[in-house]
Design a protein around this ligand. Structure first.
Ligand code: RB5
Length: 151
């Protein structure tokens, strides 16, 4: 059973269909999902959506974000520019698990052109149900935070 989280989700046109499917899956599994768009397959710029979801996760540290574009790459580039955001681009569940345990990732990025719905739901489930391990990984996260303070 997955623990309950607030999840902010968003996509561009390339990730729209997968985002819709993930949103339904997560809602039906007890997550409170807030959809930042897009709401159709009209061409959209991924930074606009990544900015909205990253700001929401920044403001709600207990929440998580999920961003979907064609490759997941653009979304992860944008999200990782935000202080306190650690976005992980994952194409299989082990990376999602390790991104939580070791990196305390708070946004999951997915590439809709690279993975199917079954894989995406498995990755999201693992991401949202795995805790940060803390301990030796904590000081490494603090080093990331120090880089952000240099900006
Ligand atoms: C849109 O064509 C595509 O560039 C976008 O979805 C994403 O893959 C960018 O990283």
């Amino acid at each position: 059973m997955m623990r309950c989280h607030k999840v902010y989700i968003g996509s561009d046109h390339g990730g729209f269909l997968l985002k819709q499917e993930l949103s339904c899956f997560l809602s039906s599994h007890g997550f409170e999902v807030e959809d930042a768009g897009v709401y159709n397959t009209d061409s959209a710029d991924y930074p606009d959506i990544a900015i909205m979801v990253s700001e929401k996760v920044q403001q709600n540290p207990e929440s998580k974000g999920i961003l979907v574009c064609g490759s997941g790459i653009g979304m992860s580039m944008v999200a990782n520019k935000f202080k306190g955001i650690r976005a992980a681009l994952c194409s299989e569940p082990l990376s999602a698990k390790l991104s939580r345990e070791h990196n305390d990732a708070n946004i999951l990025c997915l590439g809709a052109r690279l993975i199917g719905t079954a894989m995406a739901t498995e990755i999201a489930s693992v991401f949202l149900s795995t805790d940060f391990s803390g301990d030796r990984h904590e000081k490494r996260i603090q080093k990331i935070t120090k880089i952000e303070e240099r900006k």
